[in-house]
Design a protein around this ligand. Structure first.
Ligand code: OAD
Length: 234
């Protein structure tokens, strides 16, 4: 029986919804150089190219539907009586929201928003954003950036996430390779504070030693089964 639960999700949880992960063989980063589309320097050097990339990605992500792993989180949140279930996601898609999950923390940003590099205002950006788009806050053009954390930028919502990691009694990582700092330290931090840690992935990851338990397989199959087991433990 656990207290608060943190679910750390990565691209693997959305793979069965048809969204490519970043580092698998058909991954998003295979067709693109991170330096061209996902660094703050790239955005400063050629913002048009960066906007084109995210405008295209946005169309694909908006079409995607949640899979059984996302839906199982809602089931867990609805049925769990021993604490809060929070979702800390590295994903910029909105499949946790579409599945009805609550307490979602997008630490790498989200595809449907833009942030103004002049006034800091975050705006709804479900449609195309270009260097011509005016900021709704300060009215300037060419200042909007996808509200996605690029390499070289700080993560979002980390004060809240630090508190969650401190307090949780179970950390569950679903579909993340553990390649990107600092999300790849969350299991270690939660464990240091006394949490049990479980990893759901197709295979063991580079920081597998941070997890007490490994569940190998497709998250859309393994994670709903786990939620049923956890509910039956009550
Ligand atoms: P990765 O592409 O690095 O890793 C995806 C992980 O999901 C891999 O370990 C796969 O084995 C696993 N996986 C794939 N399909 C799965 C399935 N059906 N069930 C379970 N696991 C599966 O993606 P992330 O770890 O999320 O940052 O990458 C972290 C960050 O790197 C991303 O948020 C992104 C990228 O740079 C930004 O865009 C800011």
């Amino acid at each position: 029986m656990y207290g608060d639960i943190v679910i750390l999700s990565g691209a693997g949880i959305s793979a069965e919804s048809g969204i490519p992960t970043f580092r698998d063989s058909d991954g998003l980063w295979n067709n693109h150089r991170i330096e061209d589309v996902a660094t703050i320097e790239a955005y400063e050097r050629h913002p048009e190219q960066v906007h084109d990339f995210y405008n295209g990605l946005k169309i694909d992500l908006q079409k995607a539907l949640p899979n059984p792993a996302h839906l199982a989180i809602t089931e867990l949140q609805n049925g769990y009586r021993n604490g809060t279930v929070s979702v800390v996601t590295q994903n910029v898609d909105l499949l946790h929201e579409k599945a009805g999950n609550r307490n979602i923390y997008h630490i790498h940003g989200q595809i449907d928003q833009a942030v103004c590099m002049n006034c800091g205002r975050i705006t709804d950006a479900r449609g195309e954003v270009t260097t011509e788009t005016l900021c709704a806050g300060c009215g300037m053009a060419a200042t909007l950036k996808p509200n996605i954390v690029f390499f070289g930028e700080n993560l979002l919502r980390m004060i809240e996430v630090d508190a969650l990691l401190d307090k949780c009694r179970l950390l569950i990582a679903v579909g993340t390779s553990g390649a990107v700092y600092p999300a790849n330290t969350f299991a270690r931090i939660a464990r240091y504070h006394g949490a049990d840690t479980i990893e759901f992935n197709l295979h063991a990851t580079v920081n597998s030693y941070d997890f007490d338990r490994h569940v190998i397989g497709r998250a859309g199959e393994t994670f709903p089964r786990f939620v049923k087991e956890l509910s039956a433990e009550k």
